[in-house]
Design a protein. Structure first.
Length: 406
C-alpha cells in the first residue's frame, strides 16, 4: 500500500480524488499495489464531504508523516505551492504536480532538490492537460533530435476562438463558459494574454534544450487583436487562426514565440477546436507526430496526474534524472530575427496602391483577399524585423499583423 496526500482541492485536486476513487481497482492493478489517500490539504471547509476525515489544514502533518511517500500538488500558482513542494522534496517525498507556473519558474531548482533527496518531481499534467506529451518527449522520442514543437497549448483560448468565430458567441460569454467548465486560470488574463501558453512552451523548450528557457523572456502575444474580419480573411486565404506556442531549433539557438498564428487548412492543427489541444512535434528521425486531446478540465488533467502517481509507485527505486538544469546562456533568437511569413490586414487608400506596393516589395505571386474595407495578404518568409520595416511604407492603415505557422 502506498499512502499519498493531495494538497489543493480545487478543480484538478478534486478530480484526482475522483479518478482514484472511480478507477481504484484498475489503478491498483497498474501500480502493482493499492494507492491510499491519507490526507487532503485545503484551508476551506469540507466538513460535509463524504470523506471529511481526510481533510487537514496543517502542511506539517503531511511533511512529518513518514508513511506518506507521494504528495500531489494541485494548488496552482507560485506560493504557497513552491514552499510546500520544497518542504516535501526535502523530506524525500516524491511530488506530482499539475502546476505549470511552478514548473516553468522553479523547475530547475525543484528537480535538483528531488535529485539531492532521492525522490522525484513529476509534471506530466503541467502541459496539455490530459494529453501525454512529457513522457513521450522524454522516452518514446528519445532517439530523435527534436527540431520543432508547435502547439495549441491553451484550452480556454481555443474554446473562446471556436465559440466566437464558428458559433458567433461574444468574447465575454465564451470566457464565462470556459470559466464555468473549469478550463480557465483563476486570473483568465493568463489564458487570454498568452502567458499560460508561454509557461507551457517554456517547459517543452527547456526539455529539449536541457537548460531552463525562461517563460518571461519569450515573446508573447494574446488573442485580443483577433477580429471576425481576420478569421474571414484568413479563411479566404486558406488558413485558420490559432494561439500557438512554438519552439524551433535554429543551429544552437531556439526561436520560441507565443502568438495567434495563421495555420494552413492542410495542417492537422488547423481543425483542432473547442477545449482540445494539439502538439505537433518534429523529430529528425520520426518526422511529425501530433499529440491531441483535452487540454484542460477536471478529469482529463487529473487522469494525467494519477498516471504520474502510478509511475512514481512503480519506479520508486529508480534514480530521478533532472530533465533540465538552470539556464546557462541566452539561447533565444530575438523576435525581430525570427524568420516567418506574416499575414497583414489593412485598410488601403486604394486597391491599386496596395497591389503595386505588394508587387514591388513582395513579388507578383502574393495572394491578396478583400472583405468589407479590408485587404489581407501573406508576405514571403523573412526576418520579422525586416518585414515590419518594409511595412512602414505600406499605403494603408495596418490593422493587424500575424505570424504564419510554417
Ligand atoms: N487554463 C488552462 C487552459 C488550464 O485553458 O489550457 C490547463 O492548463
Amino acid at each position: 500500500m502506498t499512502k499519498i496526500a493531495i494538497i489543493g482541492y480545487g478543480v484538478v485536486g478534486s478530480g484526482v480524488y475522483e479518478v482514484l476513487r472511480t478507477n481504484a481497482s484498475h489503478i491498483t492493478e497498474s501500480a502493482g499495489k493499492p494507492i491510499d489517500i491519507k490526507y487532503i490539504l485545503d484551508i476551506r471547509d469540507f466538513s460535509s464531504h463524504p470523506e471529511a476525515n481526510l481533510f487537514v489544514n496543517d502542511v506539517n502533518m503531511i511533511a512529518d508523516d513518514g508513511e506518506v511517500s507521494i504528495v500531489v500538488e494541485t494548488m496552482g500558482g507560485l506560493e504557497p505551492a513552491n514552499s510546500f513542494t520544497r518542504l516535501m522534496l526535502s523530506r524525500g517525498k516524491t511530488v506530482v504536480t499539475s502546476n505549470k507556473e511552478l514548473v516553468a519558474t522553479y523547475g530547475d531548482e525543484l528537480f535538483a532538490l528531488a535529485c539531492q533527496n532521492g525522490c522525484s518531481y513529476y509534471y506530466e499534467a503541467s502541459v496539455g492537460g490530459g494529453i501525454p506529451i512529457i513522457r513521450p518527449l522524454m522516452n518514446c522520442l528519445a532517439a530523435n533530435e527534436i527540431e520543432s514543437i508547435a502547439g495549441i497549448l491553451n484550452g480556454t483560448t481555443n474554446y473562446i476562438l471556436t465559440r466566437m468565430f464558428s458559433e458567433n458567441v461574444s468574447f465575454e460569454s465564451a470566457l464565462k463558459e470556459a470559466q464555468q467548465k473549469g478550463y480557465s486560470e483563476k486570473d483568465p488574463t493568463a489564458d487570454v494574454g498568452g502567458f499560460d501558453t508561454g509557461k507551457k512552451i517554456s517547459i517543452l523548450s527547456s526539455m529539449i534544450n536541457g537548460h531552463k528557457i525562461n517563460h518571461e523572456d519569450i515573446h508573447t502575444e494574446g488573442i485580443a487583436s483577433i477580429t471576425l474580419a481576420d478569421t474571414v480573411l484568413a479563411a479566404k486565404l486558406g488558413y485558420s487562426i490559432k494561439l500557438i506556442g512554438s519552439c524551433k531549433k535554429v543551429s544552437d539557438k531556439y526561436a520560441v514565440v507565443v502568438a495567434p498564428m495563421l495555420v494552413d487548412k492542410a495542417s492537422m492543427l488547423s481543425d483542432i477546436s473547442d477545449v482540445f489541444n494539439g502538439i505537433m512535434v518534429r523529430g529528425n528521425m520520426l518526422g511529425d507526430a501530433l499529440f491531441y486531446g483535452r487540454g484542460a478540465g477536471k478529469l482529463a488533467t487529473a487522469s494525467a496526474v494519477v498516471a504520474d502517481v502510478i509511475d512514481a509507485v512503480k519506479n520508486s527505486a529508480r534514480p530521478f534524472r533532472a530533465p533540465w538544469t538552470k539556464a546557462e546562456k541566452n539561447v533565444l533568437v530575438d523576435y525581430e530575427n525570427i524568420i516567418s511569413a506574416m499575414y497583414v490586414r489593412s485598410k488601403p487608400q486604394s486597391k491599386a496602391s496596395i497591389d503595386s506596393f505588394i508587387a514591388d516589395n513582395f513579388g507578383a505571386d502574393v495572394k491578396c483577399e478583400c472583405a468589407d474595407d479590408f485587404t489581407a495578404f501573406i508576405t514571403p518568409a523573412a526576418p520579422i524585423g525586416t518585414l515590419k520595416e518594409k511595412l512602414t511604407k505600406i499605403p494603408a492603415e495596418v490593422c493587424n499583423m500575424l505570424m504564419v505557422l510554417e
